[in-house]
Design a protein around this ligand. Structure first.
Ligand SMILES: Cc1cc2nc3c(=O)[nH]c(=O)nc-3n(C[C@H](O)[C@H](O)[C@H](O)COP(=O)(O)OP(=O)(O)OC[C@H]3O[C@@H](n4cnc5c(N)ncnc54)[C@H](O)[C@@H]3O)c2cc1C
Length: 327
């Protein structure tokens, strides 16, 4: 038998929570250690629409994104999960072609330039309302017997004292833990309006430093956004709010009449590519790194967590066999 079937997940954002629930499905006894409670994570600031944005490498991202799309679509059957499907459009920076991640289920259609809009593509996508979805996910984890402890971790050894399996989902904090200086902050801001200002999502990605997006939600509407590499404060500023509203009003003038509920800012945990890989620490156990999701952590969360689950399933089987053989 394994000495322990415990796993520690570091981080309580969307990636930590999703991995924690997936590991419970393997029968593991999972504890989350997190510096911040779920309501204070970057994940809570995300708008969030399923859309691969500011995240690499393209081929792995497409696979994780497609898997998540399928799973989020299935979650629309759960009224209380805060996930539903909406129609919308994206205006890409380069000539419009079918995106690499597209599947038939997404109903992607290419549209020529019109009097109102540049060339774009339309598609169906899950809206994942983070203020509802993350507490719902957290409750699933607790219902599965999980415990979350508010505790900042300074090394993996602390976790190995308690469990042979450790999952690094610490977002921006993951770089410090893993000694990885490729993790970089990219600040982003959104504006919340009262619900009903518009009913389809829109992404204009032509200016990488000033992405314009509009996301309808049930209790509010989100306008975005900003992209500020190197900034890691979460302070929303009024100048950015005015500028975001002006950009969105060019697509939908009604946003200027809607009640403003406030602005929120967060720091995307970016990396030149997502790090999702296993690291065996001899004599101690296994760390699975899952961080660097940039502007698409919600979009990729389920696909990435499925891969983490598969790695852990194989590793526990090997550890089990080794233990049986007296290793
Ligand atoms: C304005 C904005 C809009 C966005 N919109 C979208 C969108 O529409 N769609 C989309 O897919 N994505 C969107 N994103 C990106 C998305 O929010 C992130 O990619 C995602 O939240 C990253 O999740 P995470 O779980 O990896 O990290 P986080 O949510 O940052 O969670 C990290 C966790 O690790 C913990 N932690 C850190 N260091 C330590 C430590 N040393 N010890 C213990 N715990 C630690 C933290 O406390 C936290 O619990 C947006 C981001 C912003 C800022």
């Amino acid at each position: 038998m394994l000495k322990s079937n415990r796993a520690i997940v570091i981080g309580c954002g969307v990636n930590g929570l999703t991995c924690a629930v997936k590991l419970q499905e393997l029968g593991l006894d999972v504890t989350i250690w997190t510096k911040d409670r779920v309501e204070h994570t970057v994940s809570m600031v995300a708008a969030a629409v399923w859309h691969p944005y500011l995240v690499y490498p393209k081929d792995r991202v497409a696979n994780w994104a497609r898997r998540s799309y399928e799973a989020f679509s299935a979650l629309t059957q759960h009224d209380d999960a805060g996930v539903w499907l909406a129609d919308g459009i994206a205006i890409p920076p380069k000539p419009v072609e079918r995106p690499g991640w597209a599947t038939d289920a997404m109903s992607v259609k290419i549209h020529e330039r019109t009097a109102e809009l540049p060339a774009h593509y339309s598609f169906r996508s899950p809206i994942i309302e983070t203020p509802t979805y993350l507490p719902w996910l957290f409750q699933r984890f607790v219902n599965g017997g999980g415990v979350a402890m508010e505790q900042a971790v300074s090394s993996f050894d602390e976790a190995f004292e308690q469990a042979p399996i450790v999952i690094n989902c610490a977002g921006l904090g993951a770089g410090g833990l893993a000694n990885d200086d490729r993790v970089k902050p990219i600040k982003g801001q959104i504006v919340r309006l009262a619900a009903g200002a518009f009913d389809r999502f829109l992404f204009d990605e032509r200016d990488p430093m000033a992405p314009t997006y509009m996301i309808p939600r049930r209790d509010d509407c989100i306008l975005g956004g900003t992209t500020e590499p190197g900034l890691d404060d979460s302070l929303a500023d009024e100048e950015a709010q005015i500028e975001i509203m002006a950009r969105c009003a060019m697509f939908e003038p009604r946003v200027l009449e809607a009640e403003i509920l406030g602005s929120l800012a967060g720091v995307r945990p970016a990396r030149d590519e997502v790090r999702l890989e296993a690291e065996i620490v001899r004599g101690k156990g296994l760390v699975v790194h899952n961080y660097g999701h940039g502007g698409a952590g919600i979009t990729l969360s389920i696909g990435c967590a499925d891969e983490v689950k598969a790695i852990v399933a194989t590793a526990t089987q090997m550890m089990h066999t080794e233990a049986l053989n007296g290793g």
